[in-house]
Design a binder for this molecule. Structure first.
Ligand SMILES: [Zn+2]
Length: 583
């Protein structure tokens, strides 16, 4: 068949060309498209010449579209390709020993005692991206086995699920450890039965003294039967808090005393500290290394990706894995990620909420995902930043500016621009020769998005017009100076105080302003404005007026207020309430 007459071939070429274009900043290359088509339609191998001509033609046509248009078509017709693109387009270093496993499985395991915040992002994004990079599985596991000191709270299970969904890291499976307590008991009993664990009833200080001297306590060599009697008593509530601990045997001469015979389960007075999900049902609770170690094995986790503060936990768990005849997963321990100026401490966030310093989890002063979302920080900006940092072991210090740079790359092109005048004062301009019609594009690079128009109408028998300008732009220091009202005309300021200003029309030409190096300022016609409050990252409110066209905005829209910053629209009613994202 002549390639030109094969409609399905044409469509295939178009798809391939569009995908290639999106990958290469809007410019598809013919070579890879030819290769791709020949791979899928080998019957055209003896018609390469005709085929190449056709591909050339279609590539040209595709390259004639703007990248936004290309993306729009791909999104509409082949959305599945974008998901793939996202997961594979990143450049994380490969995981170790992937070939040894049937499928890569990673997990994110938060304690539901707070909402998620920027400090959680590294663990989540790396685990999620790696799972997807290898077409594996990403699990969410709620580690809620400390009803006393790290007490989980019901609201957080759901808030964490929502946070993950917002970040675009939805888990493939979910587990809750408080549902699995009998499983941990089962493995505790296996260890006891094999003599690899014991129930220690020593006073904490006595045990510590012995273990520091690399000596066993008296409980270590009790018979299996005696251990089971003690274990049963633990389960039935026969011991009070602190009276009995299940310990897993290790080398007593391990150089790190914190590893030696580590505690695996302890008694908690759940009458006093009921668990929010299972109440007082259990008196004995697994500690971190028992629950986490057992789960990682049973859930088939192949790659544990976590902070290097967990290195000692790996050493502890290795002993348990040996006892049970299991193979420890690959473990990748990354360095600390600090973000200067951000409160990344869960306890400080929770305390601030309790004391009423913050009124909600999305208070703009917080670095919670909820707050970032409210401000218009894009989840993809966070993802991209984390992927770029990668899983390296050295500590990394980032700033808000780093995150803003990623966010700006997304928002700069995707948001429309509007005028916003903060702390407005009225400027009267006299000697205006005529009425003006101003057409303002929504985005300088995207004329296709349209524009707003404003008429600056001279009243009957009057030559002056009224405009809102910012107190910051027009103050006493500007008297006698020419300013350019953007896209409108040049004005010489004659008077200015805290409440109003007066000026006189100079000329319309932008060239005059350029020559005089006049400052360009924003303006909004009085009468075609919309009051607007912007909530800033420090929770203060900047008052101002937005241009009338902002009345059509909707909550969750993100726009750029020119010379002010990117904001997310939060409410639209008699006035606009916006949250400030960044400059
Ligand atoms: Zn003991």
């Amino acid at each position: 068949m002549n390639p030109k007459e094969d409609a399905s071939l044409k469509e295939l070429i178009r798809k391939s060309a569009l995908l290639n274009a999106v990958k290469h900043d809007g410019n598809a290359q013919t070579g890879p498209v030819v290769g791709k088509i020949l791979g899928e339609k080998p019957e055209y191998r003896d018609k390469v010449k005709e085929l190449s001509a056709l591909i050339n033609e279609i590539v040209k046509e595709v390259n004639g579209l703007s990248i936004d248009e290309q993306k729009r078509i791909v999104e509409q017709k082949w959305p599945e390709t974008l998901v793939k693109e996202k997961a594979e387009g990143k450049h994380l270093p490969p995981l170790p020993n992937v070939d040894k496993y049937h499928q890569v499985v990673t997990r994110y395991a938060p304690n539901p005692d707070c909402v998620l915040h920027l400090g959680s992002a590294r663990a989540i994004v790396l685990c999620y991206e790696y799972a997807h990079m290898y077409k594996g599985s990403f699990l969410l596991r709620f580690e809620d086995t400390d009803p006393k000191l790290k007490r989980p709270s019901l609201e957080f299970y759901d808030l964490i699920r929502k946070d993950l969904a917002w970040l675009g890291c939805k888990p493939d499976e979910e587990y809750v450890q408080s549902d699995r307590i009998p499983i941990y008991y089962e493995y505790a009993e296996k260890l006891l039965k094999a003599g690899d664990a014991y129930v220690c009833t020593c006073k904490h200080d006595d045990f510590r003294e012995r273990i520091l001297e690399q000596k066993p306590c008296d409980c270590r060599d009790l018979s299996v039967e005696e251990n089971f009697v003690r274990w049963k008593r633990m389960l039935e509530g026969g011991y009070k808090e602190g009276e009995a601990v299940l310990r897993v045997k290790t080398d007593l001469d391990h150089p790190n005393p914190a590893v030696r015979d580590w505690p695996a389960a302890r008694v908690i007075d759940t009458e006093k500290f009921p668990h929010p999900r299972v109440g007082s049902k259990y008196k004995t609770w697994p500690l971190y290394n028992l629950a986490c170690g057992v789960d990682d094995h049973l859930m088939g986790i192949t790659h544990i990706i976590r902070g290097k503060e967990h290195l000692t936990n790996e050493v502890r768990q290795q002993y348990m894995y040996q006892h049970l005849g299991w193979k420890y997963p690959e473990a990748i321990h990354y360095g600390r990620l600090k973000i200067t100026g951000a409160t990344l401490s869960k306890s400080k966030i929770v305390q601030g909420m309790r004391e009423g310093i913050y009124t909600s989890w999305d208070d703009p002063r917080l670095a919670t995902f909820a707050a970032l979302k409210r401000r218009g920080i894009q989840p993809d900006a966070i993802k991209k930043m984390i992927v770029d940092v990668g899983p390296k072991t050295s500590d990394v210090i980032l700033s808000w500016e780093n995150l803003y740079a990623y966010n700006r790359k997304i928002l700069d092109q995707s948001t429309d621009r509007y005028f916003f005048v903060q702390n407005p004062i009225e400027l009267t301009v006299r000697k205006v020769p005529k009425s003006f019609d101003v057409k303002l594009g929504l985005h300088p690079d995207h004329p296709e998005r349209g524009f707003r128009t404003y008429r600056i109408q001279l009243p009957e028998g009057d030559d002056s017009v009224l405009l809102w300008v910012s107190k910051k732009d027009v103050d006493a220091s500007k008297v006698g100076i020419m300013l350019r009202l953007m896209e409108l005309f040049n004005v010489k300021i004659e008077k200015a105080n805290m409440y109003s200003a007066e000026g006189v029309f100079v000329s319309e030409s932008y060239e005059d302003a350029r020559k005089a190096k006049a400052q360009l300022i924003h303006w909004i016609p009085v009468g075609n404005d919309f009051p607007c409050n912007v909530v800033m990252p420090d929770a203060t409110v900047t008052e101002g007026v937005a241009e009338g066209a902002c009345k059509r905005l909707k909550p969750n829209d993100i726009v750029q207020f020119e010379r002010f910053g990117f904001v997310r629209i939060d409410q639209v009613n008699t006035k606009l309430v916006a949250y400030f994202a960044q400059k």
